[in-house]
Every structure is written in C-alpha cells, then in structure tokens.
Design a protein around this ligand. Structure first.
Ligand code: C5P
Length: 232
C-alpha cells in the first residue's frame, strides 16, 4: 500500500503555488493541481512542479462524450502527471475512452481514477437535485464497480466510504479521498469528512488535503501532522 498525503494546490496562480511549495525544504509532498491553477497557468505549471521533483495528481475531472475525453486525455498524457481523473457519471464507455487516450507512445500512462460523488454532495441533494433514486453509498459502490469494469485504477470518494468500496471492488483498487479535516478544524463547504487518523484506520490509499494545510498558520507543520497521523 502506498499510503500518502496529497496537498491540494488550490491557488490562484503559479507564483503563489510555487512560493507555497518553497516552504517545504525537507520534503517533496505529492501535490494536486486542480482547475483553478491549471486554468490560470496551463500545462506549464504541471511541468514546473514535476521539475521540482513532486508527484502530481492532475485533478481536472473530465466529463464529456467519449471521443472528446479521449482527445483531452491524449493532450494531457504528455505532461507527466502521475494521476489524472474523470467523472464516473460519464459512463463506462467514457472511462474506457479516457484510458485509451492517456496511453503514452512508450506504453506508460498515469493512473486514471474516477470521481464517484463529490465530497461536497449530501445524499439529500443527490436524490432531490440529481434525481438519483438510491443511497449515496450504493451510488458510490456502483460507480466504483463501473470504474473497475472500465479498467481504471481507482476512484475518488470520501474516506468514510473507502472501506466499503474496497470490500466491494477489491483492496488493490485505489481510493483517493478528499474531505479530510483535523478534529478541531473548519469543515468549510465539505460534507462527508473525517480526520487523517480515522482515514488511516478505514484503510484509504491517499488523502487529499487542501485548506487544512494551505490555510494553516504553519503549512509545513500541518502537513507533517497529517503525515504522522495518516502515513507513518
Ligand atoms: O480544501 P479541501 O481540503 O476541502 O480541498 C479538497 C480538494 O479535493 C479540492 O481541491 C477539491 O476540488 C477536491 N475534491 C473534493 N471532492 C471530490 C474530488 C475532489 O473535495 N470528490
């Protein structure tokens, strides 16, 4: 198991993100580049962060018709990301197309994972607004099975759901889990949250932590706190 903490670099531009990373002099955290930073800076930010020696989860959550997702993944595959993702709601065909598109000429590819239900979505809103007539847990397990059938490497879900996903789909199927908060921390817009220690107990592979680290008074100390509770 590769248990690790991934820091969500949700910053407005590359200069802010890189000066945040400058604080880390003794370690090279695994980082996540999402839409805010990628849309501001484009592919160069992925290359710059990779050149500094960080592993990168490129969290762009592709969701479109299969042919478009395949082309999008083909464009992303050369950036050197270690993990990329799609929305499982795009169907099994779309996930298969993503996998085809992301394959590099040398036969390597990043891990491809699928978002099941965003950790900001409650069961009530999923049922009322998305008209999904099932429990959130059943939906997540079903989407995870679809992702596995498509040949993907894992899913994104809340750490609270990682145990049941592994039980249903297999323990080698990766779970990457945002929605992590310190016991005394602010939840913000997240709904399905837990602590790094509890996430470890449940058995998820990676936790994605944004604001509890990026907005901390001492981000390096907050990162080390997460690593100590989750990864060590
Ligand atoms: O600041 P916070 O710890 O809430 O950041 C969580 C990160 O994980 C954000 O970048 C968010 O976009 C991402 N994410 C999520 N829920 C998902 C997938 C990704 O919160 N299901």
């Amino acid at each position: 198991m590769n248990r690790d903490v991934i820091i969500a670099l949700d910053f407005k531009d590359g200069a802010t993100a890189l000066s945040f990373l400058d604080k880390f002099t003794d370690e090279k955290p695994f980082v996540k580049i999402g839409m805010e930073l990628f849309y501001a800076e484009g592919p160069s930010i992925v290359k710059a962060v990779k050149e500094r020696g960080h592993k990168v989860f490129l969290d762009l959550k592709l969701h479109d018709i299969p042919n478009t997702v395949k082309g999008g993944m083909r464009s992303l595959s050369s950036l050197g990301a270690d993990i990329v993702n799609v929305h499982a709601a795009g169907t099994i065909d779309m996930m298969k197309a993503a996998l085809e598109g992301v394959m590099r000429e040398d036969g390597t590819r990043p891990l491809v994972i699928a978002v099941t239900q965003l950790t900001s979505t409650s069961e009530e809103r999923m049922q009322k607004e998305l008209l999904i007539n099932a429990s959130i847990n059943d939906t997540i397990v079903h989407y995870a099975k679809n992702a596995k059938e498509a040949g993907l490497d894992g899913i994104v879900c809340s750490p609270l759901e990682a145990g049941m996903v592994k039980e249903a789909v297999g323990k080698d199927f990766l779970t990457v889990t945002p929605g992590v908060r310190f016991a005394d921390g602010d939840i913000g817009d997240q709904v399905r949250v837990t602590t790094p220690a509890k996430a470890k107990e449940i058995g998820t592979d990676y936790i994605v932590v944004g604001r509890p680290i990026t907005k901390a008074e001492d981000p390096v100390a907050a990162y080390r706190h997460c690593m100590a509770d989750f990864a060590e």
